[in-house]
Design a binder for this molecule. Structure first.
Ligand code: BTN
Length: 321
């Protein structure tokens, strides 16, 4: 019932609706309406109530509440089941735990804040309130070798989702960073649980610096990191952005499983800043210098080495040189 009341108040814009009208529409007593309104206020919604005028929604809480995400979601699987946490160590850690316990494909774990957010290569990931920190559990019908393509797919869903929700045009730095004005706005950490020839599940974790003030970034990343609010000049609705991201991601995920990744890779290339550039790639086996020439069908970056020959890289840190 609370969902319905919130829905009616939101659909009513900033206008008042009388208690009588609410009770008629929802077929409950006026006392029941008032009881629910009190509970809804307790969740952070600011609802005005005046005698003779009725109720109106003044402000929604700035939280990633499942109901706020679902208002913008048009997926069949991604985000249909949501675990919402005010604070967690890492949404990826939690999603992996749920994966082992048999949670459904598409399960979303989302947190307002992470205390031990993880980045690639065991780095820490700064995750204060104001960002979007989430993990999606997938059970794809793909081989373990194809798992890196899910990172690629997610980065494409990221640029498109952000564009649809905000109008901002970000681009992708291979393999998983979303950049804006030369600085990192979002990152993706994909983790896989698999047998030799079969994926049990994949957890795709995404961190987006949304409404974070620049002076809040720790010193070691402040020259490389950017937030959408800081660069765009206004705060962004996080539930809408997350839902738009998931809407894009599900479309691509379904397409990839039906038709393969060819078309998505083609589209990904349009948003990539890496291809055609001279790069230095830091890999676990040393630094590789050369020209990034293409992405192959597994999502590997193909680098034409300075000394000759082409090398295929599935992971690494890329520096444009
Ligand atoms: C990177 O660029 O190094 C990847 C960053 C991934 C961060 C996200 S935030 C949500 C999810 N949970 C984590 O602990 N990490 C990912």
């Amino acid at each position: 019932m609370k969902e319905k009341i919130i829905g009616v108040l939101l659909d009513n814009g900033g206008n008042f609706i009388s208690g009588e009208e609410l009770s008629r529409q929802l077929n409950i007593s006026r006392t029941a309406v008032w009881k629910h309104i009190k509970e809804i206020r307790g969740e952070g919604y600011v609802i005005e109530a005046f005698p003779r005028k009725g109720y109106r929604m003044k402000k929604k809480p700035d939280l990633l509440l499942p109901r706020e995400i679902k208002r913008h979601l048009n997926t069949l699987r991604l985000g249909k089941s949501i675990e919402y946490l005010a604070r967690v160590d890492s949404t990826n850690r939690r999603a992996k735990e749920m994966g082992l316990q048999g949670a459904l494909e598409g399960t979303l774990v989302v947190a307002e804040e992470q205390t031990r957010g993880r980045g690639r290569l065991d780095r820490q990931w700064f995750s204060p309130r104001g960002g979007i920190w989430f993990s999606i559990l997938l059970r794809p019908d793909l081989s373990p070798q194809q798992a890196p393509l899910l990172t690629l797919l997610t980065s494409l869903a990221g640029v498109k989702g952000i564009k649809n929700a905000t109008g901002y045009s970000l681009y992708i730095k291979w393999p998983n960073d979303l950049f804006w004005q030369g600085k990192k706005a979002a990152g993706i950490l994909t983790e896989i649980n698999a047998e030799m020839d079969r994926i049990n599940f994949v957890v795709v974790g995404v961190g987006i610096n949304v409404n974070i003030r620049h002076d809040h970034f720790p010193e070691d990343i402040s020259s490389e990191a950017i937030s959408l609010m800081e660069e765009g000049g206004e705060s962004v609705s996080r539930p809408k952005l997350l839902a738009t991201f998931l809407n894009e991601m599900e479309k691509m995920y379904d397409q990839a499983q039906l038709e393969g990744f060819k078309e998505l890779i083609g589209e990904w290339k349009k948003y990539s800043t890496t291809l055609g550039k001279r790069v230095e790639v830091k890999t676990p086996r040393g630094i590789i210098k050369g020209k990034a020439v293409d992405i192959n069908e597994e999502g590997a970056l193909m680098v034409e080495k300075e000394g000759g020959g082409v090398i295929h890289l599935l992971s690494g840190d890329v520096y444009l040189s």
